[in-house]
Ligand binder design. Structure first.
Ligand SMILES: Cc1cc2nc3c(=O)[nH]c(=O)nc-3n(C[C@H](O)[C@H](O)[C@H](O)COP(=O)(O)OP(=O)(O)OC[C@H]3O[C@@H](n4cnc5c(N)ncnc54)[C@H](O)[C@@H]3O)c2cc1C
Length: 377
């Protein structure tokens, strides 16, 4: 019996485990995560602003991954490529085949004070912490100054959510938001058109955007830029670039950006029984050769393909290349507004919001059918 182990129950890992469950009971499949639930990370900006209840961003693993997959709630503490024995907080775990899908973690980018004085937005726990802190601040101050470090997807969505006027409660103080962005525009990884559309919406909401702004340090109640400018802050939200989960660092080959080198079939370079999916994989677009973004949209089909390729190779068939086309981008900027780009066409407002909602609807339907949709949407 082959032992197939999936590390990480995020967007990639869940799909891998579900695809492996379908191959039947002749193999032993284990899904390992430190958390007993799957996090809907794409909903976190809404949780942090208080629009979405935290329970709507966590799905118990047992609801979406059933028998014959074994669920193991444990921390991976030492990684060995397959075939080998991994070290987990629940003891050693043998793997003949592996799907490595541990995602990414917030990176302090070496900025002094970031870990002490800023809150990342990478987990439901982080989002709840931000929501509670905002509530506390708004109840006691006439104006709460929020500095968002990073103007990528996380930073812009959070800024849009938190400045949504419909979310303010009577008697609460106002919020001012400043985005500190090292690039010369928002969403530098997206198109200029989409970036401009979001810029317009956030400007209308009074968000201050500091472009080409490099951070020097984060202090108790302010962030200091390299230029010497200091921006006062009651709350600093860290939405700067993430880095891949560090656990597999010493063993596999990594790109300078810190992702694991993979071939078009998602094998880790030099380790043919270890597949990598999601944020950890340095996969490229098969048409353009450009690196694929760290996104749920990429992680989901990669997790599925990694599992299918394991099955193919176990059965002596050829694996398939990763050839998924990205549909576009959609961001929620509060209860009534959003921005989206599909096949080069940029839309804003409720239509854009509907696109984001449709992506969630599709994902939930895939995971648990109409029951899950009713409960989580
Ligand atoms: C705020 C925010 C909003 C986003 N919005 C979007 C969006 O709208 N659309 C989009 O496409 N993408 C979005 N993304 C990106 C998307 O969330 C990631 O690309 C996606 O989660 C990557 O999936 P993954 O499976 O690689 O990792 P994850 O989903 O992060 O899953 C990794 C799993 O591994 C577990 N894990 C990690 N280390 C260990 C360990 N040592 N031991 C045990 N378990 C471990 C974690 O608990 C986690 O469950 C967003 C990201 C953020 C932070």
């Amino acid at each position: 019996v082959s032992q197939i182990v999936v590390l990480g129950a995020g967007y990639a890992g869940i799909q891998a485990a579900r695809a492996l469950a379908r191959i039947g009971r002749q193999h032993d499949v284990t899904l390992v995560d430190r958390l007993p639930y799957h996090q809907l990370i794409t909903q976190l900006p809404g949780v942090a602003s208080g629009r979405i209840a935290p329970q709507k961003a966590t799905i118990p693993l047992a609801r979406v991954v059933g028998s014959p997959v074994h669920l193991l709630s444990a921390e991976i503490t030492d990684f060995t490529p397959a075939p080998g024995v991994l070290t987990t907080s629940a003891g050693p775990l043998e793997a003949h085949w592996l799907v490595l899908a541990l995602g990414s973690v917030a990176s302090d980018l070496g900025i002094a004070g970031a870990l002490e004085h800023a809150t990342p937005l990478k987990s439901v726990r982080d989002a709840v912490h931000i929501r509670n802190r905002l509530r506390e601040l708004r109840a006691t101050r006439s104006r709460t100054r929020v500095v968002v470090v990073g103007g990528g997807y996380t930073g812009t969505e959070f800024s849009g959510e938190v400045t949504d006027a419909s979310l303010s409660h009577r008697g609460d103080g106002s919020i001012s938001v400043t985005i500190v962005q090292p690039d010369n525009r928002l969403l530098p990884q997206g198109s200029v058109k989409l970036s401009r559309a979001i810029h317009r919406i956030l400007s209308r909401r009074g968000v201050t955007m500091r472009f080409n702004a490099w951070l020097d340090r984060v202090e108790e109640e302010r962030v200091v830029l390299e230029s010497g400018d200091a921006i006062p802050a009651d709350l600093v939200v860290w939405a700067a670039r993430t880095r891949p989960a560090p656990v597999a660092r010493p063993v596999l080959s990594w790109t300078p950006e810190g992702r694991i080198v993979v071939d078009p079939y998602l094998h880790a370079a030099g380790s043919p029984r270890t597949f990598v999916a999601g944020d950890l994989a340095a996969a490229t677009d098969y048409l353009t050769g450009k690196p694929l973004p760290a996104s749920a949209q990429v992680a989901v089909p990669q997790g599925k393909l990694a599992a299918e390729n394991i099955v193919a190779e176990m059965e002596g068939r050829r694996p398939a290349e990763f050839k998924e086309r990205l549909l576009g981008e959609a961001l929620a900027l509060g209860r009534h507004d959003g921005a989206a780009e599909l096949t080069g066409v940029v839309t804003t407002g409720r239509i854009a919001l509907a696109v984001k909602r449709a992506a969630l609807l599709r994902y939930l339907t895939r995971l648990g059918g109409s029951d899950l949709v009713r409960e989580y949407l």
